[in-house]
Design a protein around this ligand. Sequence first.
Ligand code: FAD
Ligand code: DHB
Length: 391
Amino acid sequence: MRTQVGIVGAGPAGLLLARLLERAGVDAVVLESRGREEIEATIRAGVLEQGTVDMLNECGVGTRMMREGALHRGIELRFGGQGHRIDLAGLTGGRAIMVYAQHEVIKDLVAARLESGGKIHFGVEGVSLQDVDTRTPSIHFRKDGAGERLECDFVAGCDGFHGVSRPTVPSRLRREFARSYPFGWLGILVEAPPSSDELIYAWHERGFALVSTRSPQIQRLYLQCDPQDALDEWPDERIWTELRARLATTDGWKLKEGRIFQKGIVAMRSFVVEPMQHGRLFLAGDAAHIVPPTGAKGLNLAAADVRVLASALAAFYRSGDEARLAAYSATALRRVWRAEHFSWWMTSMLHRFHDDDAFSLRLQRAQLEYVVGSKAAATSLAENYVGLPWD
Ligand code: FAD
Ligand code: DHB
């Protein structure tokens, strides 16, 4: 098998890269270790920045998102029993976010790729990258038990945090920056009408809580928990008790409850590898960096990476210009570190870190009051949340 760009991983990064390359007339093959049904059913993120929405529309995969997604022009910060609206659109010259689940984006990208005849191999095993520091890299894998080899000009490592691409870069040539947090998020999907028109990020002495949505019938809620907790330590009634307490207001607002039909716990970490390239291997998305989910940046950063990478690859095939490929890591890392800072900052402001650190709680309250009381501080949150301009 031969192609121009071999893409490892059919997550948002890999599928979006394949789509952008297809639009630029560059041939690619996507290799994915899981099955189509599995990737289309994995519940993850839900917030798309304005720029990600524009990108999906520009590459012709935004129709269902525009119909079924929900455009939000503000978010609420809730603390001390009161809500405070951050007017995202008003503070950013009209920019907004779209709430549309990651697995719906995946479904749209897979459908578009298969419809246009693009190649995705699902369920591949034993993927290994060879000769990425030469001009003739290749990807070895097994498909239906048979050994295969994909020869390519470039390899895009879009295989997430636990993939094989990042470890292919010799450890002496990469530097990793990491931080883990002493908490995780318990996420649930609930059959209920929305409790709020906009997302609610709630600070509370008992821990953080987040009210998001998926549709008029299905809601997405998160609450801070111990990352070591097992799901059976969180029976439904305990979840509702915590959510009610953390989201309570003084004006009698009521959380809409219903049947919980999905639960999961995610650990939280910050991570960046530098550089994001080695020879002809380019890392994108979670393969290169992780953010805690509080800023809703993970999926959006993956999209930003592949936007830079696709246009550099397109320039190479158009004119032989390698300068933009050479600059890929430096270009992508500028946005990555901005998002790392924002995600760490939101996380630090909103979560309970220790059981008895009254000083930190007071600092958090002071910061929250400043953010909702100062137009300058609110604008800083808003412009990062909706996504800073691309270039
Ligand atoms: P991924 O989505 O991880 O895709 C990588 C793909 O590569 C996967 O399909 C995987 O099966 C495949 N793969 C892995 N190894 C191989 C291999 N060796 N060979 C072939 N294929 C391989 N962000 C938020 O903003 N909010 C959230 O609530 C949120 N929740 C999350 C929950 C979980 C459990 C996780 C893991 C992440 C969450 N994120 C969240 C982050 C966000 O979902 C990611 O940033 C986003 O999925 C990154 O996309 P990606 O394409 O880089 O990686
Ligand atoms: C969702 C996820 C996030 O990480 C976030 O900050 C806001 C919303 C969601 O899944 O809806």
